[in-house]
Write a protein that binds this ligand. Sequence first.
Ligand code: ZN
Length: 487
Amino acid sequence: MNREQRHMDRIRKKRKRHIILFIIFIAVLIATVCIGLISYISTNVYQNEDEFREYADDELKKTSQFSVRGKTKIDYEYGRPISYVIDYGVCDNESIAVFRDQKIKEIKEKYQQDKNAEEESRAKRYEDQRNYRPLEHALILRSSVYESDKGVISLSIYESENSERKKDMEQDASMIYTYQFSAKTGKILIPQQIFSEKYKEICSEFFMKYFRKNYKKDELKDGWQDYVTAGENNFNKYALTDTGVTFFFDEGTVLDESRGVISAGIPEADMGTGLRNKILERYIDPTKPMVALTYDDGPGGGAETRILECLRKNGDVATFFYLGSRVAGNSANLKTAYDLGCQIGTHTWNHPVLTKLKPEQIQKQFDDTNAAIKAVTGEDPTAFRPSYGETNDTINKMSAMPVIMWTVDTLDWKSRDGKKIFEEVKKMKNLDGKIILMHSIYDSTADATELIVPWLKENGYQLVTVSEMIKYKTGEDPQKGQVYRTF
Ligand code: ZN
């Protein structure tokens, strides 16, 4: 081998080494890119809004059991780290739609707060903030509205909370919220207005059998029966459907937590007498305290309009004793009071001292006033309060209605001061069974009403009409000619 050949050989070996090194370099480069790419893909469960929508749609499909009506209106809100998908469902009733939107807003805000706090505390655990990456969170809400032929509009909102875990989205928790409304008034209904007293017993019997039949023994949670008894806290979440009633069972009650909220329907035939044929628009709990607010000397103008608006807003009623002579010109308020479910009574035609009148004059006071009221409402007045509270046996006997006096005189006609009137009411420590006297023609009485009504509700009182009070407190219907003062 000459020098030339040795030289060429060295160069070849050198090249070979370079090629090997280059191949190793390329291999390492490819591996790095691959690892990077894989880890980039796997750190995010969805990459963009389209992928989130795909995920959300799949999840929504799983929630069909929580919808009692098929029409949907879906709102996607993609963001990092929190995304939302909300199926509002279709709701034709405007006031219920407003109520639902408010509830959804509250749920969303609470979720946002919780998740932001969660991420904040996660971030704190990273010494080097560059290593911290928030997890994806997704809130899935499905609301549905259904109007049944019973006059009930059922609203349900199903909530599913999901977070990223091990490169996948998993459900953290699920919840259900249900509300029932009167289709006629839009007011919230409680179970007693929709169901008869025995409904929980009927449900309990049905669902004990239902769960045993439809689930394996090891699927049912220990103590599941506690959530299917006729107890106070059971069967309170439900929605009426076209075939019966769907009840919802909270996560971790009947089945394991991982199964989330579950729903199960009871056919109308099995519900039997548990479901009322017609809902009770007003429900009075006989075991709870009740007060009757009464207003004399109307129908009036602006002050009475305010009083009626206050009652309407609170879903309450009162009793109005009207003067026949004032009906013309104020019939709109009389009609409103009647439509609100208030009791309409007669207070004489023009406020005389009846005890000073002849029998035929007294009779005319009754007849003319009753006729004027009936011309507006289509019904005879159902109670009588003598003007000045002046009455006697003769007048009582002539009254075709029960004679209603009062327990608490607010002296509103004298003080003309809303706060003082309110104080007069509060003076009486226990107002259960009491009849409160006011006059619907003073602005100060409207001021007082706006204080008294919420205060009574806060203190556990039910506002009832005088007739309801008599019925619940005496156990019998009001008797004509009989004087009632307190209970
Ligand atoms: Zn009067």
